[in-house]
Design a binder for this molecule. Structure first.
Ligand code: UDP
Ligand code: MG
Length: 143
């Protein structure tokens, strides 16, 4: 079982798509292990996206990501990282395959509805950035 981190971005949260987006992920077999709504400040968004700090879009991206509440979720499943990335679709919603989350709910290359960890190394950094141990649940059968 693999864990991955998703963030429903401010554009999708404010347009009311958080539940639908999490629903798509759950319908595709990913299990929710942790969930919360929060608003990043600019500095936290800069830290989260620091791999992109030399990119031309870094300042705009981090302003956008701190512009409103987000919904962060820890999902678990076999090959969760790649499966979630396939469900998200390409970065630019216009280039994303039909039926992917970004094609359905994204607005443009920046405001593309959702983040998903791109590798085990990224997931290992991103998960503890957003969740502490107490917030992460184990898989349990509901009696
Ligand atoms: N982004 C942007 N302009 C670009 C490329 C990316 O605004 O030309 C934003 C977009 O929100 C994207 C995020 O920066 O999701 C991180 O970029 P990355 O290339 O890692 O895309 P992702 O892994 O999210 O598909
Ligand atoms: Mg990326």
């Amino acid at each position: 079982m693999e864990k991955t981190l998703v963030i429903v971005k401010p554009d999708a949260v404010c347009r009311g798509y958080s539940g639908k987006i999490l629903g798509v992920l759950e319908e595709n077999g990913l299990k929710l292990r942790a969930l919360k709504m929060l608003q990043l400040d600019k500095q936290q968004a800069q830290e989260f996206y620091k791999v992109h700090k030399e990119r031309y879009f870094y300042d705009s991206l981090t302003s956008y990501m701190s512009s409103g509440p987000v919904v962060a979720a820890l999902l678990e499943g076999d090959e969760a990282i790649n499966r979630v990335r396939r469900l998200l679709g390409a970065t630019d919603p216009k280039e994303a395959k039909p039926d992917t989350i970004r094609a359905r709910f994204g607005q443009n290359r920046e405001q593309n509805a959702i983040h998903g960890s791109d590798s085990p190394e990224s997931a290992a950094i991103e998960i503890p950035f957003l969740f502490n141990e107490l917030e992460i649940t184990d898989h349990q059968k509901a009696t």
